[in-house]
Design a protein around this ligand. Structure first.
Ligand code: ADE
Ligand code: ZN
Length: 332
């Protein structure tokens, strides 16, 4: 099974590129940029990655990304993950990135975008990997700031596939961002949002109704509301579920109790992703292996999940058809 999962062409729709920053690279960039880290070694950093909840993780996530200052740093961050993912059989990734987290530290949007876009271009030329770009807004910051960043990103609108909504979910409902998402719609950008991770099922419904999203990131708490499940089922809105993330952030108490099988039983359009692989114990392959071990799924289950992901990926139609055709001939 592990060989099958490694060789399977896998697609990841939910990945925060800043959450792919491995401690080894964090230390190298800290040294390069003369930045002091609160850890004395890679081991000490890894030992600190035990989280009580989403906010506990976000604190270390924002601290970790403080080593990213220059275009080269963003390029190195993204290429490091693209190479690792590609070596594990990942063929497409839609990346989230958090411009506000960098602007706040005095790092310009041009620095962030040039580094990430060069890495995307390099990966698409030299690796068997396509990359979608999701500019995410921090929901615990003011909506006006998000709108301003969206306008500031005008030179890059054509490079973006979508906008997203992430960071601390509790008490920051989708309704807060209606104006920003309407503006993105006017600009012809797709919309996605984290909802139903730590927040209630009603946020899933709000994201569908008020933000007109084509994708719900996480969404697992939809199971607490028949209405939310029904709405997701009727629209077949894709859910980007991140099993190892949910266990790390205590959204679920163990993988064997994870609601993934229940979501599939309800006929929902489920996919799996790694969210923040450097912090949650592994990338897309590790998430696949963990699911195989915990749920006893057969090969067909993983083909279905990755077919769902390919259909919803932010990529060109020829690439989508190529990836679907490659799944059709996978042997097991
Ligand atoms: N930003 C990075 N990872 C996140 C997660 N799991 N939920 C919300 N915001 C995030
Ligand atoms: Zn996420």
């Amino acid at each position: 099974m592990q060989d099958f999962l490694r060789n399977l062409p896998k697609v990841e729709l939910h990945l925060h590129i800043e959450g792919s920053l491995e401690p080894e690279l964090m230390f190298a960039l800290a040294e390069r940029n003369g930045i002091e880290l609160p850890y004395s070694s890679v081991e000490e950093a890894k030992a600190a990655y035990r989280f009580k909840d989403l906010q506990g993780f976000l604190n270390l996530y924002f601290q970790g990304m403080s080593v990213l200052r220059h275009e080269q740093d963003f390029y190195d961050l993204a290429m490091d993950y693209f190479k690792r993912a590609s070596s594990e059989g990942v063929v497409h990734i839609d990346i989230h990135f958090d411009p506000q987290a960098h602007l706040q530290r005095g790092v310009s949007l041009d620095v962030v975008m040039s580094g990430l876009l060069s890495a995307k271009q390099e990966a698409e030329q030299s690796l068997d990997l396509s990359v979608g770009m999701i500019m995410a807004f921090l929901r615990d910051r003011p909506a006006e700031e998000a709108l301003q960043v969206l306008e500031q990103a005008a030179p890059y609108w054509s490079e973006l596939d979508a906008i997203g909504l992430d960071s601390a979910e509790r008490d920051h409902p989708p309704s807060k961002f209606v104006t920003v998402f309407k503006r993105a719609q006017e600009l012809g950008l797709a919309r996605v949002a984290h909802a139903g991770e730590e927040g209630p099922a009603s946020y899933v419904i709000e994201a569908l109704d008020l933000l007109d999203v084509c994708r719900i990131d996480h969404g697992i708490r939809c199971l607490e509301s028949d209405e939310a499940v029904e709405r997701l089922y009727q629209k077949q809105t894709v859910l980007t579920v991140c099993p190892l993330s949910n266990v790390s952030l205590n959204v679920v108490d163990s993988l064997t109790h994870h609601p993934l099988p229940a979501l599939l039983d309800k006929g929902l359009n489920v996919t799996i992703s790694s969210d923040d692989p450097a912090y949650f114990g592994g990338g897309l392959l590790a998430n696949h292996i963990a699911c195989a071990q915990s749920f006893g799924w057969d090969e067909e289950a993983f083909l279905i999940l990755n077919r769902n992901a390919i259909k919803e990926a932010f990529t060109t139609e020829p690439r989508r058809q190529e990836l679907l055709a490659r799944l059709d001939v996978v042997k097991y």
